[in-house]
Design a protein around this ligand. Structure first.
Ligand code: TMP
Ligand code: ZN
Length: 407
């Protein structure tokens, strides 16, 4: 065992020791581990994806020490305006569905308060482990506990405050190694009629779009409806409703409630289970074929970038975590990418993990006016293509995912 990660043998949902590795993205430093100098030592950790031969839950083989991953997290949700908008609509929907004045709403992994700040006339509490991010939430008036959520924290909050009518967790359940402890925590903190609302990237979208770059060490689990149903049921909960949301390259939102509180399960839940069966997501071959297609995509991206770099300058556009996976897995470095332009002040002036490509301000993108921009933040494709009309008069965007394209 390395000092930074631990190899799992048991499935994180059904606990059977039957994980099968199917995709190896190589040894890569943590995707959010921007470094302050290109000489800085980096920790390379194998990024291997497994599927459970019993319940088909897709998950990483290794669990990276979370203190190492999350203690100083550069991701501030509110810096991305399409995400702010998404959370406004989300808060309205939760309020309409579940909340009365004076109710209590808890969010796990509340980041800088981007969702909770939208709630009115209810008590709110964020639980966020990254100190730097939690501090920003507090400043904007979102009460935040600096902790990893756990059964213990849930029991503390339930006794110090009260149980919550709604618990939300967005883009965080995939980061949790101990899903059993998470569900015991939900059981301890949720009221009898309450709802646990989860958003995570949907494995079906990852699969359909070949979105291998959204696989990184922080993302331990890649959920399907089948995995959620299994997890919920084994803790006395039912997935009462679900919807697909078009953020982060394809997201699923599930609404879980205690089984005895669910009168009727929405047809959408059954529809998604049926869709997943039709895609053969319960068959091992499906996963091995997926890995082959990811390998082919790597070669196509490499060949295209090599060819374009012989014709002009290439700059990376956006430095999301997934961009670092793409660059490392496809072995694209400073020999072909001059720098990466990103709007996040905390990333500017740093160097991308593994590749050590410098990250710079968007103004430098304008000044450099490169021939090509590799769109690493491809989930914002439409907004960025619209915003960069001036660049596109002569320059071209290379879109790596979900379809390799030059536009
Ligand atoms: P996200 O997909 O995790 O929200 O990360 C998107 C990254 O891309 C983030 O570092 C900000 C950056 N970005 C830009 O640099 N320019 C843009 O126009 C957008 C939308 C994002
Ligand atoms: Zn399993």
């Amino acid at each position: 065992m390395s000092e930074h990660y631990e190899r799992r043998s048991k499935c994180r949902i059904c606990l059977d020791p039957v994980l099968e590795d199917f995709l190896d993205l190589g040894e890569i430093p943590p995707a959010n581990g921007f470094v302050s100098s290109p000489d800085q030592d980096e920790v390379y950790i194998p990024l291997v994806v497994s599927v459970c031969r019993n319940c088909s839950h897709v998950q990483l083989r290794n669990t990276v020490d979370r203190q190492f991953l999350f203690s100083d997290y550069p991701y501030f949700s509110s810096r991305s305006s399409p995400i702010e908008k998404h959370f406004e609509t989300y808060a309205d929907k939760i309020t309409d569905r579940y909340l009365d004045n004076g109710d209590f709403v808890v969010e796990i992994g509340s980041n800088d308060g981007v969702l909770l700040k939208n709630f009115e006339n209810v008590d709110i509490l964020g639980i966020e482990p990254a100190e730097n991010v939690a501090a920003v939430a507090e400043e904007r008036g979102v009460p935040t506990r600096t902790d990893f959520f756990s059964e213990k924290i849930a029991l503390d909050v339930a006794s110090e405050e009260r149980r919550a009518e709604v618990i939300m967790a967005n883009n965080v359940v995939g980061h949790v190694d101990d899903l059993q402890d998470l569900m015991r925590g939900i059981d301890a903190l949720l009221t009898d009629e309450g709802a646990f609302v989860v958003e995570v990237p949907y494995f079906v979208d990852l699969y359909n779009g070949g979105e291998f770059d959204t696989i990184y060490h922080e993302h331990i689990s890649y959920f399907s409806m089948r995995s959620f149903a299994k997890l919920a049921n084994s803790h006395g909960f039912t997935v009462a409703d679900a919807e697909r949301v078009q953020v982060h390259g394809g997201t699923i939102r599930v609404y879980m409630q205690r089984t005895e509180a669910v009168e009727e399960r929405s047809a959408l839940v059954e529809d998604l289970l049926t869709l997943e069966r039709a895609m053969d997501l319960d068959q091992l071959d499906t996963y091995h074929e997926f890995a082959d297609s990811v390998g082919r995509r790597r070669e196509q991206i490499r060949e295209l970038i090599q060819e374009l770099s012989s014709r002009g300058d290439i700059v990376g556009y956006g430095a999301p975590a997934k961009g670092n996976i793409l660059l490392n897995y496809c072995d694209l470095g400073t020999d072909v990418i001059d720098f990466i332009a990103d709007t996040t002040p905390a990333k500017q002036g740093s160097y991308a993990p593994g590749t050590n490509i410098p990250v710079r301000r968007p103004e430098e993108f304008e000044d450099a006016d490169p021939d090509y921009a590799l769109l690493l933040a491809w989930n914002y494709r439409d907004a960025i293509l619209e915003k960069e009309r001036e660049f596109r008069k002569d320059g071209r965007f290379v879109i790596p995912i979900p379809h390799l394209d030059v536009v």
